[in-house]
Design a protein around this ligand. Structure first.
Ligand code: ADP
Ligand code: MG
Length: 140
């Protein structure tokens, strides 16, 4: 059953991320859907904080393809915004992460990699509700 939350500021979104982190396990793959600025990276900060006790070094991997955090389990954080389609060398690297059953993968802009994302993966949908409010639907 999907669960729908509303957050009023980025701290609340981080707190929700920490809560979500508790129900994640090694091998999980989570697709984060939502427009620019809807809070995907902010939510990832909370998830990383929940599993690593640190969030400061979480940045948007728009330019780096994959960020890796030494949490337990390890987290791969990807942003496919700049990829028109996941292919070539990128695809090989990404598939290596997705296939790592000892880690968790969190993916922003999964729409750009429909060819490699498993249909049955967990999904989180973020939406602007005006001002700082966000709707966050979690379907793990
Ligand atoms: P995305 O990764 O979806 O592009 P980011 O998490 O990078 O989004 O950015 C969200 C921006 O919106 C940040 O500047 C954050 O401070 C701001 N913000 C305001 N309210 C919220 C909220 N309720 N949840 C998450 N971010 C919020
Ligand atoms: Mg982002």
């Amino acid at each position: 059953m999907p669960k729908k939350f509303t957050t009023k500021n980025s701290q609340e979104t981080k707190n929700l991320g920490k809560k979500i982190a508790k129900s994640l396990k090694a091998g999980d793959l989570i697709a984060l859907y939502g427009e620019l600025g809807s809070g995907k990276t902010t939510l990832v900060k909370g998830i990383v904080a929940g599993l690593a006790g640190q969030e400061d070094e979480v940045t948007s991997p728009t330019f780096t393809l994959i960020n890796e955090y030494s949490s337990n389990p390890k987290i791969y954080h990807m942003d496919w915004y700049r990829l028109e389609k996941v292919r070539g060398q990128d695809q090989l690297l990404i598939e290596e992460c997705l296939g790592d059953k000892a880690s968790i993968s969190l993916i922003e802009w999964p729409e750009h990699g429909k060819n490699i994302i498993p249909a049955k993966c967990s999904k989180i949908f973020l939406k602007h509700l005006g001002g700082d409010a966000r709707s966050i639907e979690v379907d793990l």
